[in-house]
Write a protein that binds this ligand. Structure first.
Ligand code: NAD
Length: 296
């Protein structure tokens, strides 16, 4: 079987056209243009790349944005004060603190200090909690983007066995929550694997839907998946590549070449999940501006 490609780049660009229209309608109705505040601490090059992509997406959909840049020596207290000033600023709809943070700062504490009504990443415990009990919420962008892909390609999840490899707070866990809820989203029977799972193959081999977010290049090979499975590769890994100008190439967590002969649907890396994540951030920022999740 040759897999069909899940083209996240194409779906994301179609969704961005829709979001742009929604933004312009919102502005034409007399509202202030939505505004996303990005906070970067330190100079991690990958973070700068991600922020540049988010800034570009804002421009595409007509959302205003700027980035406040703090040195990596900033104290927890100073950072908290800056976030508090953003929480209180009525011209800011969404706040995004780019992760990872320098090691002296607690990501948990920083995320919790963001007003949950402006938490467009969907990482605040209030939003994750609401996700867990089927309440309207800012959904974590990567899982939300994957669900948009399921919708676009009419890939059913109801009653399927879904396996998520990776249990991080930002991808694996919210993905598993969304897949497993019986009253909204996934309605799938869901297994979540992580680095302590013994023999992940015994789980992945029975997956109708396999979502991999482990950050391990080529972790999933053809012999670990069921014929006809749907494979969503979230991983973005830089691996050395002398033939490329940059000296590296991006690769996912799945061995795409061998899997594509066996599965029914697959996301490429790059061009699969990545563009959807940024697009969902735009959607959440518009929801925040409209106060759709948390009306006053
Ligand atoms: P993380 O490092 O926070 O978590 C990794 C998870 O994978 C952990 O739960 C860990 O236990 C598990 N894991 C690691 N090795 C494993 C193994 N051998 N077997 C089973 N489980 C294993 O990572 P994260 O932030 O969730 O990101 C995961 C990957 O997804 C990274 O490559 C990251 O760059 C990528 N990512 C992509 C997007 C996107 O938009 N495409 C968004 C976020 C993260």
């Amino acid at each position: 079987m040759a897999a069909k490609l899940i083209d996240g780049k194409k779906v994301a660009s179609e969704l961005k056209v829709q979001i742009r229209e929604d933004v312009e309608n919102w502005v034409e109705a007399g509202h202030r243009r939505p505004f996303l505040k990005v906070l970067q601490v330190g100079n991690d090059p990958a973070s700068s790349t991600y922020i540049a992509a988010k800034t570009r997406a804002c421009k595409e959909v007509g959302i205003d944005t700027d980035t406040t840049h703090l040195p990596d020596t900033v104290s927890a207290k100073e950072l908290k004060n800056v976030i508090q000033s953003f929480n209180e600023d009525d011209s800011i709809d969404g706040i995004l603190v780019q992760l990872p943070l320098p090691s002296h700062l607690s990501a948990h504490a920083v995320i919790e200090s963001i007003d949950h009504r402006k938490d467009v990443d969907g990482f605040h415990p209030m939003n994750v909690g609401r996700l867990s009990v089927d309440q309207p919420t800012f959904k974590s962008c990567t899982p939300a983007g994957i669900f948009e892909l399921f919708k676009y390609y009419s890939i059913p999840t109801k009653g399927k066995h879904a396996v998520v490899v990776g249990a991080s707070n930002i991808v694996g866990t919210p993905m598993a929550i969304m897949l497993s809820r019986e009253n909204s989203s996934g309605k799938a029977t869901t297994t979540i694997c992580h680095k302590f799972t013994k023999d992940i193959t015994q789980h992945t081999i029975s997956a109708d839907i396999l979502v991999v977010a482990a950050g391990q290049p080529n972790l999933i090979k053809a012999e670990m998946v069921k014929e006809g499975a749907v494979v969503i590769d979230v991983g973005i890994n830089r691996v050395a590549d002398e033939t490329s100008e940059k000296g590296y190439k991006l690769t996912g967590d799945c061995d795409y070449e061998s899997l594509k002969e066996k599965v029914s649907w697959i996301t490429p890396v790059p061009g699969g999940v990545g563009p959807m994540t940024v697009t969902m951030l735009m959607k959440n920022t518009l929801l925040a501006a409209k106060k759709s999740i948390y009306p006053d």
